[in-house]
Ligand binder design. Structure first.
Ligand code: HEM
Length: 530
């Protein structure tokens, strides 16, 4: 039967036409807007946005850094520009752009965006998320000094002690190597910050730190949730289907509250029961009490002390544990690199003692293994975003005030113009050609840029180098064996939602020799009785 034209069909057709015209007009407007005017140069390029939603739906939540790298090639620009609901963000895909903007013009990019999702997760004031201003400067002034290159040596004894315990734990419980890696990292930051000891891999402190790391690690790229792009949505009910990230924030809120409060409370209790304790919390509390007693103002109040301490644990724990996990992965996958580093260490120690901090400057290849690990998988592939304080122009492109700026560290570390076969683990790549290398530059950006550069980078580097050197001296790391007794190579799984994390995997950890085991046992025993 034929279909006669109804008034409704006409209305639908009219609506369709209207939508098409509006879409075309919107595209034209965007082209005009991004081209700039006589007053403003054009915005950096990027894919054309959708009406109303802008680029919101176009950026994948999973491995966004890879999509940004592709767009950078497609639009032939090291800087890309995006917007949605009035929020603007730029992505810097080359080291040149990141150095120029975040380092040379660092003052203009020292701000952070307003992290709405993290606020929903219940964070106290912490340096990492604080906006640029007096409060930020106060936190940085308090947190930076203990971790500078000249002062970080005060933690070497603690770091070596924990490295020895970590290796002994891994060798004696090889199936549990991951928990020993986690314990190593938590033990260092909890001791420095709160004066707390972490007894074994199943200490509740390890679990607590692990929950917080999970909460952060899978929360998506910072400042990229719907609440960050469109803050009013934080007030919507979290059961709405598109409010998945708000639901996530509320689910994990207790993990953030626990890591902020429980070690703090435990440290305060210890402060009354022990006299000598030199942790961050105890030093800050002493200042706080003295000021209070003398009637002086306390600029750094209790909430600031609590937040600053939690920053060190959260920023310093999982990053170190995740890098140690990557080291084990790459050593397992690259036996020849492992052997070269082991030989290097044997020459320095004569094979008759375990390495110390004094040996590290003489272990260039071991250091290159860590450097190559940083390059292969930057933990924060899009860094932690900065934000611009005032309008700026870069390479003829306009970057408006208040733009959120992501350094695409992954793209910089995998730039084929800089690194040959960037997906290959090859520590020699940094050596000069005549030494069998390719003269490639050390990767930059793993610890961020400019005024916001990581406060704990020297501490992290020392922790990782001493545990790496101790592992190489005392352990062999290989593929797990199958039931037939043969090594079974595999490709591990990864999570790229927010941080780039390798998921737990199996490895075969064995003692390197009876002699290295005896040396390790002796040193750990000496720690126990001291
Ligand atoms: C392998 C280990 C680590 C990695 C890969 C790492 C990476 C980063 C990155 C990418 C940033 C952002 C920098 C920027 O905005 O440009 C950062 C900031 C920060 N990191 Fe680390 N970090 C590590 C270890 C640590 C440790 C051990 C501590 C503890 C002392 C720490 C404390 C901080 C703090 C407090 C900030 C915020 C700085 C600011 O906003 O001014 N990090 N880190």
């Amino acid at each position: 039967m034929g279909h006669t034209l109804q008034p409704l069909d006409g209305a639908v057709a009219l609506l369709g036409l209207l939508v098409t015209i509006l879409l075309a007009a919107y595209r034209k407007f965007w082209e005009w807007f991004s081209k700039g005017s006589t007053a403003y140069p054009p915005l950096p390029p990027g894919p054309p946005p959708e009406p109303l939603l802008g680029h919101y739906r176009m950026v994948p939540e999973d491995a966004a850094f890879k999509q940004y790298a592709k767009w950078s090639e497609e639009y032939k620009s090291d800087v890309l520009f995006f917007q949605t609901f009035g929020t603007k963000w730029a992505v810097l895909n080359t080291l040149g752009a990141a150095t120029e903007l975040l380092e040379k013009r660092g003052g203009n990019y020292a701000d952070r965006p307003h992290f709405v999702m993290f606020e929903e997760m219940g964070w106290s004031p912490t340096l990492t998320w604080l906006r640029w201003g007096p409060k930020y400067q106060l936190h940085r002034k308090v947190l930076q000094p203990p971790f500078t290159k000249s002062r970080v040596g005060q933690y070497e004894e603690l770091q070596r002690r924990e490295a020895l315990k970590c290796c002994k734990g891994m060798i004696e419980n090889p199936d549990d190597w991951l928990n020993h890696a986690r314990r190593f990292s938590v033990a260092i930051v909890l001791k420095i910050t709160y004066g707390l000891d972490v007894d074994g891999p199943y200490s509740p402190w390890v679990q607590l730190a692990d929950d917080a790391a999970n909460a952060i690690g899978k929360s998506g790229a910072p400042a990229s949730s719907i609440m960050d792009r469109f803050p009013a949505t934080r007030y919507l009910p979290d059961w709405l289907p598109f409010m998945e990230r708000l639901r996530y924030a509320h689910t994990w809120k207790s993990a953030i509250q626990n890591i902020t409060s429980l070690p703090f409370e435990a440290a305060l209790k210890r402060a009354t029961s022990t006299t000598a304790n030199e942790s961050f919390i105890h030093n800050r509390m002493k200042i706080w009490h003295n000021n209070a007693q003398e009637g002086l103002p306390n600029d750094f109040d209790l909430d600031d002390i609590k937040g600053a301490a939690a920053t060190v644990v959260i920023a310093g724990n999982d990053t170190t544990a995740a890098t140690l996990t990557l080291l084990i992965l790459y050593l397992m996958q690259n036996p020849s690199a492992q052997l070269t580093a082991q030989r290097e260490i044997d020459v320095v120690t004569g094979g008759t003692r375990l390495p110390t901090f004094a040996d590290l400057p003489h272990l260039p290849y071991t250091r290159l293994i860590l450097q190559e690990t940083y390059r292969m998988n930057p933990l924060s592939p899009l860094g932690i975003p900065h934000a611009s304080v005032a309008d700026d122009v870069y390479d003829g492109m306009f970057i408006p005030k208040g733009t959120i700026v992501y350094p695409n560290v992954w793209a910089m570390c995998h730039d084929e113009r800089v690194y040959r076969e960037p997906g290959r683990f090859w520590p020699e790549r940094y050596l000069a050609r005549e030494e069998g290398g390719n003269g490639e530059p050390a990767p930059v950006g793993n610890f961020g840029f400019g005024r916001r550069i990581c406060v704990g980078r020297n501490l992290a580097e020392n922790s990782l180098l001493i545990v790496l050197a101790t592992m190489l001296t005392t352990m062999d790391i290989g593929w797990p064996l199958g039931e037939d007794g043969d090594p079974k190579p595999f490709e591990p799984e990864w999570s790229f939602r927010g941080q780039a994390i390798v998921l737990p995997f199996k490895a075969k950890v064995t003692s390197r020799s009876a002699q290295s085991k005896a040396l390790l046992d002796k040193e750990v025993e000496a720690l126990r009785v001291s």
